[in-house]
Design a protein around this ligand. Structure first.
Ligand code: NAP
Length: 445
């Protein structure tokens, strides 16, 4: 059987990969960009570069296919306005309707629509029979597009509209989505339910729709609509992010629609969800976004440095990021532990440059090392009992540190009595002098 997938972005590409393993299927894949041919050609009998509102090109891509799957979405990361929505969805549906009389062999059309067509239900349940009430122009375009497609149904041609929840999955992890909200205060109470579906279940539902000839509207959402506040709390906790706070007294933003979408029809059609609930991996990303956020905090504290702990204080292993700005004075100290072999400290520079100074008991420098993320020397392990300090040789210098825990503030460090207290006037020229030991801002070490 020949199948055309119109739009091979995240969902269309995953579907093409899934179907490419079935030798009984020949795939025609479309993209709007010529440069995507090398990615798509190994999966397809034919790759067509087209916009689906181009009726002639569309006819060419659908000729000979028994099934068309529409996985189009406006391109780009920016927020797309309703006009761009209309140009992508409505105009493509119109073109499809126009060419259908020339495609008698096209027996089924499957479209990945959106549950955005449902309006607000004050937290109640909605299903495929609930009258749609799109709340904005985007939703109205999606509804009009559905209607255009459904008007193409005939005894010979099934049209299946899958109303998807918000998609999560590989490349669309919930932790990444919510990360920028972590620690912020959002207006309202976050009581509105959000409805989700894993990308693999979108692919699974489309494949089932084609295998079993589904017709009409089917909601494709998982079993667990969840209030946004609850979801952000779970995601932030699993990812070690600061929780999102809510301000119920602030009604500045219009609340998103609140409805719980039923998937009973999907179940009745025999589809078993692979991800009926969102299982959240307990993973903490150590990435540029985190560096930038902690560096920003480091810039605005008087100490000009900031820890970001991955551990809890009671943990046996302390692991944390330490972001330093030039000017941050770390009073020389050493780590002593009662148990042998537990006073070590391991540093790895992940961004920028750090100067490490080791002192003798008299406070004389006995070694200096420049560590940098882009130099041969990226890190060091310091044995216990070594007096040392660190200086930032570049803005936003990020170190990953590893030490034995648990952390006891009173006994963790023993300061070198020869050096002034943090925050004292004498500390400022001392730190500047230490930085000068490493020379004038070289590019590396
Ligand atoms: N993301 C969600 O949470 C969500 C929720 C509900 C429903 N959906 C629906 O799920 C479907 C799949 O989404 P996705 O995440 O896979 O989207 P995506 O990754 O953004 O991919 C969109 C694809 O559509 C193609 N395209 C864009 N404009 C086109 C046009 N005018 N004519 C033909 N092709 C065009 C793009 O072409 P290029 O290859 O040139 O980029 C790309 O291949 C969409 O229909 C979307 O509306 C998504």
């Amino acid at each position: 059987m020949r199948i055309t997938i119109l739009g091979c972005g995240d969902v269309g590409l995953a579907l093409a990969r899934h179907w490419s393993l079935d030798p009984a299927l020949q795939l025609v894949l479309t993209t709007t960009r010529d440069e995507r041919r090398p990615e798509l050609e190994p999966l397809a009998e034919q790759v067509a570069v087209l916009r689906a509102d181009d009726a002639e090109a569309l006819l060419g891509a659908l000729a000979g296919s028994a099934v068309a799957v529409l996985c189009l979405a406006p391109c780009g990361d920016r927020q797309v306005d309703a006009e761009a929505y209309a140009a992508t969805y409505r105009d493509s549906m119109r073109a499809l309707r126009q060419v259908l009389p020339h495609l008698p062999g096209l027996r089924q059309i499957v479209y990945t629509g959106s549950s955005a067509v449902y309006g607000d239900a004050a937290g109640g349940w909605v299903d495929e029979e609930t009258p749609v009430q799109p709340r904005d122009d985007h939703g109205r375009v999606l509804h009009e597009s559905e209607q255009l497609l459904l008007s193409c149904r005939s005894p010979e041609r099934r049209v299946c509209v899958l109303r998807l929840g918000a998609i999560h999955g590989p490349g669309r992890q919930l932790a990444h989505r919510f990360r920028r909200l972590a620690g912020s205060t959002l207006p309202g109470g976050g009581a509105q339910h959000s409805n989700w579906i894993h990308r693999d279940d979108v692919v699974g539902a489309i494949a089932a729709a084609v295998a079993h000839g589904w017709d009409g509207v089917v909601n494709v959402v998982d079993d667990e609509p969840m209030p946004v506040a609850e979801l952000t709390q779970l995601v932030c906790r699993a990812a070690g992010l600061e929780p999102v706070r809510w301000d119920p007294g602030d009604a500045t933003a219009s609340a998103p629609p609140n409805r719980r979408i039923r998937n009973d029809r999907l179940r009745q059609l025999g589809y078993e969800l692979r991800h009926p609930r969102r299982t959240l991996p307990r993973l903490r990303s150590i990435d540029q976004d985190l560096f930038d956020a902690v560096a920003e905090q480091a810039r605005s504290t008087p100490r000009l440095r900031r820890h970001h702990n991955l551990h809890a204080e009671a943990d046996g292993v302390q692991r944390f990021l330490n972001v330093l700005q030039p000017g941050s004075y770390v009073r020389p100290h050493r780590h002593r532990r009662e148990q042998a072999g537990t006073g070590f400290e391991c540093f790895l520079v992940l961004q920028g440059r750090i100067g490490l100074l080791v002192f003798d008991d008299n406070g004389e420098v006995i070694q200096q090392e420049c560590l940098a993320a882009n130099s041969p020397l990226r890190g060091l392990e310091l044995a216990e009992d070594q007096f040392h300090t660190l200086v930032a040789l570049s803005p936003d210098a990020v170190i990953f540190e590893l030490k034995q825990g648990p952390y006891h503030p009173a006994t963790d460090k023993e300061f070198h009595s020869r050096f002034p207290l943090e925050g004292s006037a004498e500390a400022i020229p001392l730190e500047e002098g230490w930085r000068r030991l490493f020379g004038e801002t070289p590019a590396g070490c």
